[in-house]
Structure formats: structure tokens, C-alpha cells
Write a protein that binds this ligand. Structure first.
Ligand SMILES: Cc1ncc(C[n+]2csc(CCOP(=O)(O)OP(=O)(O)O)c2C)c(N)n1
Length: 563
């Protein structure tokens, strides 16, 4: 019997037509037409995304994020009505603040109480209805919509994807009522996608670049501060070239991507600190918070330049960093234009040479200090963050993707490859790293994927859901836990405000202590390899065994008990 085609079939095909290879799902009663459409598709050879059941929404969105950050190709997630969507919002905030395009969708409880094939037939269908389901997340998506008719499947996706993929990129949301997905469709879906030229990323005005080049040529003490630069790996290539040629020190501050290698003398640590204090030119590129004004400031006379695709961070309610020149441009286009503009100013390079000598010496001294700090732990009986990162040098190679939430430091473990580092969004919604590492591995199976997570961050990720995905989808990743049995950031915040208060009497540990269970045993339940390391002396060998297990196709976890 031939069955009438339903809208869900058109919808899945439209997803594939937009290059969406994976649909990360956590299903519910709203999914029936989607399930039927996937099942029917098994009898055709039409291209549809590969569905993947992820047993927690945090992991599902983090996986989509991880896949997209590595490939640049947005993926789709489908969740269950309001309740599943609610679980996803933390990860959506992360993606939104770092402009990662994700198509988040969820079913909408049937709106009809009877009469249509998708009408309500379960108790929950009444209580799960909201006046405005998208209202929960409207503030963190660029665009949201509810599909109204079955024949809209293709056009609605065209709109969703052009919104997600146009600068500044970001997540979008679509809700999918069950009756609509189940509608019988009469004619092939209409789409004019082939005639929808997308605008390019913003490029800088030539006059602004000339001005900046002039300032660079004249500067005695410039500093470049980056945050999300490197999202396009080419950013890092051009920045490094420019920084090395013009002796521009670079501080990737709370960086989310690889901006410059710590092996370059122009890498000057990850805190603005002294360079900012003495700067006469501060070039802020894709950095929402280039320094903490309550703690440090550039000198009053310093010139400040802010460059970014959305340099005013228009979705941030309050942000007041000064700027003498604000340039709306992608980092790549601004850096390339700057390179050209500086070529005409070669005469000014003498100044840069003198600076290069000083900066190279500073970098050499910093490197010596970083190494000494790391090796100090080797002689002791407690692992430290520096030692953990130092030991990672031994397993991290040019083909490794490192995910940090937020315990990885290039100071102790330099990387060399653009596109090799991904760190938690500036929004700081914890629980991202483990799922993102799975998405990264899915996107780049040939690469070694290592995530370095705090013990708190690991638990926020719903670790059993993540270990489950690693096992079921054959995604052997290495998870390294920097386990200080503490919410260290919470303790620091308490001591920062009440260093002399009553809360300091127990070293700010009230509400921050996190006595940790044997995480290394959780991975065993998922056919993985687990290690627990108490003594610094044992760390390297444990990491090597874990990396070998991963090469053998097993997921692995190293629980590093730290000071
Ligand atoms: C979803 C979420 N909940 C709570 C917080 C608040 N928070 C910020 S840092 C932190 C502690 C994280 O602990 P851990 O990952 O062990 O890292 P540590 O601070 O100890 O280095 C918490 C709870 C958050 N950022 N995100």
C-alpha cells in the first residue's frame, strides 16, 4: 500500500539539503511523525540526517556545538516539547554568546484536543502546552518560529538556516507541532534556496584600517587581546604572522579558541596584567571582556581599538569598555587588511625590532617560570593544574583537538595547530565540555580528542549520558579530570569578597567543597578505561595508558586528584 507522504518526510529531506548530517534527538510523544518519516526513509535512498538518540539534552546540544565548532557546519537537535527544551537552555546560552550556529528544534504538544491524526492522546499533552514555548529561549536565539503548515517544511528551514549562518552567527529555534509534521503533503516542497545569496561576513572600512595601521606603526607598547578569535582557524594564522612581523604581543584572555601558539615569542601569557598596565595601544579583537575594569585598566592615555563582527556586543545589556576606534569586521578580514596597510609602513619597523628583543626575553623568562612551576609539583606529593597540563605535552600532538572546561593552559602545554583548541563559552554554562568532545570526535574521527574538565564541570555534563554516547556511537575520547574536590571558582569568589569575613575562617570552602567519588569507575560501566592518579609521579604513565586505550578504540578517563 502506498501511503500519502507526510510533512515530516519533507522536513527531514530539507534538513539534509542544508548539509545537516546529524539530528541529535531526545524524543517524546511529539516525535511520532519524525519516527515514521525516518522509518519510511529506510525504504528509499533519499538523503536525510542520521538520527542519534542522546540520553540528555545538555549532551545533545553540546554534541551539536562540538560538531559545528570543528566543521563550521551547523547541526540540528530535536527535543521533547517544553520540558526537553528547558533542559537545553544552559547549552544554548553558551552557544549563543559564542555565536555558534545550531538549529534547535522541539516538538510542540498537539494543539488540537481531538479530530486530527496528531491530536492529543496522552495525559501530558494538556499540561505541556505553554502560551509561548519559544519565550523560554527567545532571548538567546537569533530567530524563532513555529511551523504552521506541513507545506512550509522547506521554506521554514531556509529561513532558519540563513538566520543561523549570517554574521553574527548563532543558534535558532523552531517548534514543530505534531499535527503539522503529520500533515499529508500533496506537492513537492517549494524552496528558492539556490537563489538566496547570503551576505558575506562584515569587512572593515579602509579608512579605519589605515588609522589603525598608523597607530600600530607609532606605538611603543601595543598589546593585542583576543577572546573568540580563532573560531575560524585562519584567524590564528594571520594574527601570528602579523604579531611576529610587527612584534605585537598577544594575550588570548579567557580564549575560546587557538589564537596563537605558546611556542611563538609573541604569546605573552593569558592575563592582560602588566602588558595592559603599560600599553599605549590596546587592540581588542573578538573579546567581549578584554580585562576586568574593577581590577585593572589600561593607562588613561592609551588608544583602544575594538574589532569584531559585533564589536558592541549588542545582545549584552551592559558593557562599557572604552574605544577610540571601533571596527565592525570579521577578525580575518580586519587582520588581512591590516597586514596590507602595514606593508606600506615598513619604515616604522625599527621600533618593532627593539620591541621584539624585549618581548622575546620576556617570553623566555615566562617559559622558564611556567616550566619551573609545573615541575615543582613533580617533586611533591600533590598534582597541580600546571603539572597536569605539563604532562599533557606528552600525549597532545598536532592532530589532537583539546577541549577545555576550563582547566587547560597553553602556558604549560603549547599547541601548534590552528583549530586545535576549544574552550567553554564566555557565558560559562557548565556541562559543555564532555558533550562537545563527543561532537568533535564525531566530526573528526581521525583526530585524538582530549577534554580537560574540572570535577564540577564533569558532573554538570550528565557524565553517564556522555559515557553512554561514547560507547554506543563508538566515539573513543579521552577525558581528563582536574579534580580539586572543589568548586574552586566559587571559593575564589567568596574569598574575593569576604577574604576577611567569617566565610574565610574555613578558607572559603563552605558551599564549595565537592568531595568527589571515584569517577574512574563510572567509565568502567561503559566499557571504558579508567585511571585514578593521586601521586604526581604516576600521572604521565596513567595518561599514556589512557591515550593508548583510546587509540585502541576505547573511551578513557583519568581522574587526577589535585591539590
Ligand atoms: C550550569 C552552571 N551552574 C553553576 C555555575 C557556577 N559555577 C561557576 S564555576 C563553578 C565551579 C566549577 O567547578 P570545577 O569544574 O570543579 O572547576 P574549579 O572551579 O574547581 O576549577 C560553578 C559551580 C556555572 N558556571 N554553570
Amino acid at each position: 500500500m502506498t501511503q500519502a507522504r507526510i510533512a515530516a518526510e519533507d522536513y527531514l529531506e530539507a534538513l539534509a539539503a542544508h548539509g545537516i548530517d546529524h539530528l541529535f534527538v531526545n524524543p517524546g510523544t511529539d516525535f511520532a511523525p519524525i519516527v515514521e518519516a525516518f522509518a519510511r526513509n529506510a525504504y528509499t535512498n533519499r538523503k536525510v540526517p542520521r538520527p542519534m538518540v542522546v540520553p540528555h539534552e545538555t549532551a545533545a546540544v553540546a554534541m551539536a556545538h562540538g560538531y559545528t565548532m570543528v566543521t563550521g557546519k551547523p547541526q540540528a537537535v530535536m527535543l521533547h516539547t517544553n520540558v526537553g527544551t528547558a533542559n537545553a537552555i544552559n547549552m544554548l546560552i553558551d552557544a549563543s554568546r559564542d555565536r555558534v550556529p545550531i538549529l534547535l528544534t522541539s516538538g510542540r504538544t498537539p494543539f488540537t484536543e481531538a479530530g486530527a491524526s496528531g491530536s492529543r492522546n496522552a495525559h501530558i499533552h494538556w499540561a505541556q502546552e505553554m502560551y509561548d514555548q519559544a519565550g523560554m529561549l527567545r532571548e538567546v536565539v537569533k530567530w524563532d518560529y513555529e511551523m504552521k503548515r506541513g507545506d512550509q517544511a522547506a521554506t521554514v528551514l531556509d529561513r532558519a538556516m540563513e538566520m543561523a549562518m549570517t554574521s553574527p552567527k548563532g543558534p535558532v529555534y523552531l517548534s514543530l507541532p505534531r499535527e503539522v509534521l503529520g500533515e499529508e503533503t500533496q506537492k513537492p516542497p517549494q524552496s528558492n534556496w539556490e537563489r538566496r545569496a547570503r551576505p558575506r561576513n562584515p569587512v572593515p572600512a579602509p579608512a579605519d584600517i589605515e588609522q589603525l595601521a598608523e597607530w600600530i606603526a607609532a606605538a611603543q607598547a601595543p598589546v593585542v587581546i583576543t577572546g573568540a578569535l580563532g573560531q575560524d582557524p585562519r584567524d590564528a594564522v594571520v594574527l601570528t604572522r602579523l604579531a611576529e612581523q610587527w612584534a605585537l604581543p598577544v594575550v588570548p584572555y579567557n580564549t575560546r579558541y587557538f589564537a596563537i601558539s605558546a611556542n611563538s615569542p609573541m604569546f605573552q601569557g593569558s592575563m592582560p596584567g602588566p602588558l595592559l598596565k603599560d600599553a599605549d595601544l590596546v587592540i581588542v579583537i573578538e573579546a567581549d571582556v578584554p580585562w576586568l575594569p574593577s581590577q585593572e585598566q589600561p593607562p588613561a592615555g592609551a588608544r583602544i581599538v575594538q574589532i569584531g563582527e559585533d564589536p558592541l556586543y549588542t545582545r549584552y545589556p551592559m558593557r562599557s569598555f572604552p574605544s577610540d576606534l571601533t571596527i565592525t569586521a570579521s577578525a580575518l578580514s580586519a587582520l588581512e587588511a591590516l597586514e596590507q596597510a602595514l606593508m606600506k609602513r615598513r619604515a616604522a619597523q625599527g621600533q618593532a625590532e627593539a620591541r621584539r628583543v624585549l618581548l622575546t626575553q620576556r617570553w623566555t623568562d615566562l617559559r622558564t617560570a611556567w616550566r619551573a612551576e609545573a615541575e615543582q609539583a613533580a617533586g611533591g606529593n600533590k598534582n597541580t593544574l600546571a603539572w597536569l597540563n605539563h604532562c599533557l605535552r606528552d600525549i597532545v600532538d598536532r592532530d589532537t583537538i583539546v577541549i577545555s572546561e576550563y582547566s587547560f593552559r597553553q602556558e604549560y602545554c603549547p599547541l601548534d595547530t590552528p583549530g586545535s583548541l576549544f574552550a567553554l563559552s564566555s557565558a560559562g554554562g557548565l556541562g559543555w565540555g564532555f558533550g562537545a568532545s563527543l561532537g568533535a570526535k564525531l566530526a573528526a574521527p581521525e583526530k585524538q580528542v582530549v577534554s580537560v574538565l574540572g570535577d564540577g564541570a564533569y558532573m554538570f555534563a550528565n557524565p553517564t549520558a556522555c559515557h553512554y554516547m561514547a560507547q554506543m556511537q563508538n566515539l573513543p575520547v579521552l577525558t581528563v579530570i582536574y579534580n580539586n574536590a572543589l568548586y574552586g571558582a566559587v571559593r575564589r569568589a567568596t574569598l574575593g569578597m569576604y577574604g576577611k569575613g567569617v566565610a574565610s575562617e574555613d578558607d572559603g570552602r563552605l558551599l564549595a567543597n565537592l568531595p568527589a567519588p571515584a569517577f574512574e569507575k563510572i567509565v568502567l560501566a561503559h566499557d571504558g578505561h579508567g585511571e585514578r592518579v593521586e601521586n604526581p609521579h604516576d600521572l604521565l604513565a596513567a595518561l599514556q595508558r589512557a591515550a593508548a586505550a583510546v587509540r585502541g578504540g576505547q573511551q578513557a578517563l583519568v581522574n587526577v586528584i589535585c591539590a
